[in-house]
Design a protein around this ligand. Structure first.
Ligand code: ADP
Ligand code: ZN
Length: 523
């Protein structure tokens, strides 16, 4: 055991790590800990609360499985997906670990047995869904049993700031009160600083130690590209180059995923659709086929995600952009878990952000919830996408990690030439929109600053043709998209189906005209 020389007592940071490493070897067959695993495990053994942020595939599960095995009683694991839970429990049982689960599929008799077993110390890990936890008597039963730790997987679901808030997760805040002396371990793959603070607050573990693993995924090469024509055609071309590789394509809608899967199948690819509207057995079968490489390409909505652990996924393509940087990172993070080269390509078009924002507004109107944070996250993602910074650096910075070099392998790192300053172009577009004194279609606005359509009434305005000879239409389109991501303009609907853009945030506009905001576009 590691000894602190001044006191000759075990240094707290290393308490029990050697014993834990033995468990890692004998039970799980791995030679050493990765990333922050050792730190998290020794903190838990020390009785501390921990918030662990580790990338998907980083080995979060061992952080609670090992300490639960090492102590009297059992570890309580809250995990959101029942299907995932049964896989984990099965995998543990295959290794000889005594794990059990409680979910709604369990009969009354099985439940009684389970409680008896828990009391008699017959298992080391008990998996529960948040819903199961809230069933009558469950909390009461648990409070009288020897729980040795509380692990909350996918803990970002507890936070409204997270990208996947689930109301039933709020109730997990009661756990600390029930088990005040038991260490709590909250785990997530993605949480920005704000979300982390919110998770700690919600779970009443304000003093929890934060163990944040590096967000870098050196084997991922990332690319974000504007859709040219049909997304399906671009995707077919990309797949032709990937040959037999296994991959996931994310679509924004169920319908879109079905259509694309059909189209790809017709093109000769082994593709299946996956979304929450399919019957459970169909989803299960399709997941199995994908895991067994019978299907190569899963065309899915975000319903396909949490806990999908296929190491050799070689690519993730976003046919529609994700809702936030967190979601993006989690979704592309499903590629290349085996550490071999893998790619993430995200397609987007000018109208996507407007769409996303409108959908959120619709939901706000239906539910009365304030989705301002989600809207900001959507804008943040578009700023990231349209910006000129190294992709991996951009993601790291978003999560509060400002260390590290540019990756050298993403589209922005590989782009030839310098980022271009689009500040003046943005000022031109915004002045034109101001002079029009009302919203305009994107194309019309860009044609106006380029001096096209002299017969249009806008030809009398001072901004007519101010960008002519200086900027190309493509550049102005990108600039305008960036203006939308910054909130300078917002999209509205004209006649119910034609997107037009209007000036939006007055403060942001002032900052642009004072040159306090500068826009840089990738080359
Ligand atoms: P996460 O929950 O963070 O996505 P998992 O806990 O499912 O990740 O672990 C991902 C994979 O990495 C699993 O197959 C797991 O067995 C493996 N793994 C975890 N820790 C180690 C380690 N220290 N050495 C080798 N493999 C590990
Ligand atoms: Zn890069």
């Amino acid at each position: 055991m590691f000894l602190d020389r001044t006191t000759e007592r075990p240094a707290p940071a290393e308490t029990g790590v050697d014993a834990a490493r033995d468990v890692l070897k004998t039970v799980f067959g791995y030679s050493d800990f990765r990333g922050r695993q050792a730190e998290v495990i020794s903190a838990i053994l020390n009785g501390e609360d921990v918030l662990a942020v580790m990338p998907t595939g980083g080995g979060k599960s061992l952080c609670y499985q090992i300490p639960a095995l090492m102590q009297r009683g059992f570890g309580l694991v809250i995990s959101p997906l029942i299907a995932l839970m049964s896989d984990q429990v099965q995998a543990l049982q295959d290794k000889g670990v005594r794990a059990a689960r409680l979910d709604s599929s369990l009969s009354m008799d099985a439940r009684y047995d389970l409680w008896d077993q828990a009391r008699d110390g017959q298992f080391d890990l008990l998996y529960l869904s948040p819903e199961a936890l809230l069933q009558p008597f469950v909390l009461d039963k648990l409070s009288r049993l020897p729980v040795n730790l509380v692990a909350i997987d996918e803990a970002h679901c507890v936070s409204q700031w997270g990208h996947d808030f689930r109301p039933e997760y709020r109730a997990l805040g009661q756990l600390k009160g029930l088990f005040p002396d038991v260490p709590t371990l909250a785990l997530t793959a993605t949480a920005d600083p704000h979300t982390r603070a919110d998770i700690k607050r919600a779970l009443h573990i304000d003093n929890a130690r934060e163990a944040i693993d590096s967000f870098d995924r050196p084997n991922l090469s990332l690319r974000l590209m504007r859709r040219q024509g049909s997304a399906a055609k671009t995707i077919v071309e990309m797949l032709r180059r990937q040959k037999q590789a296994s991959g996931i394509i994310y679509c924004g809608s169920r319908d879109g995923s079905e259509k694309l899967a059909r189209l790809l199948s017709a093109e000769g690819f082994k593709a299946d659709a996956y979304h929450a509207g399919l019957p459970a057995h169909t989803r299960e079968q399709r997941l199995k086929d994908f895991m067994a490489d019978k299907t190569r390409v899963m065309v899915a909505t975000i319903a396909f995600g949490m806990g999908i652990n296929k190491p050799d996924v070689r690519f993730v393509i976003h046919a529609d952009p994700p809702s936030s940087i967190e979601a993006y990172w989690q979704e592309v993070g499903r590629a290349g878990r085996d550490g071999k080269p893998a790619s993430g390509v995200c397609l987007y078009s000018s109208t996507d952000l407007g769409w996303a924002l409108r959908r959120l507004t619709m939901r706000e109107n239906e539910t009365g919830a304030d989705l301002g944070i989600q809207k900001q996250k959507a804008r943040d993602f578009f700023q990231f996408m349209l910006g000129a910074t190294c992709r991996r650096q951009g993601v790291r910075r978003y999560f509060g990690d400002t260390t590290g070099q540019a990756c050298g392998s993403c589209d922005n790192c590989l782009a030839r030439g310098e980022p271009s300053d689009a500040t003046e172009a943005a000022q031109m577009l915004m002045s034109a929109l101001y002079r029009f004194n009302g919203p305009r279609g994107r194309k019309k606005l860009i044609e106006h600053v380029l001096g096209k359509n002299p017969e249009d009434y806008g030809a009398r305005l001072k901004t007519f043709g101010i960008a002519a000879g200086q900027y190309k239409a493509d550049f102005l389109t990108q600039t305008l998209d960036y203006c939308e991501a910054l909130g300078l303009v917002a999209e509205e609907m004209f006649d119910g189906n034609k997107p037009i853009i209007a000036l939006n945030d007055a403060d942001a506009l002032r900052a642009l005209f004072r040159n306090d905001t500068r826009l840089y576009l990738r080359p």
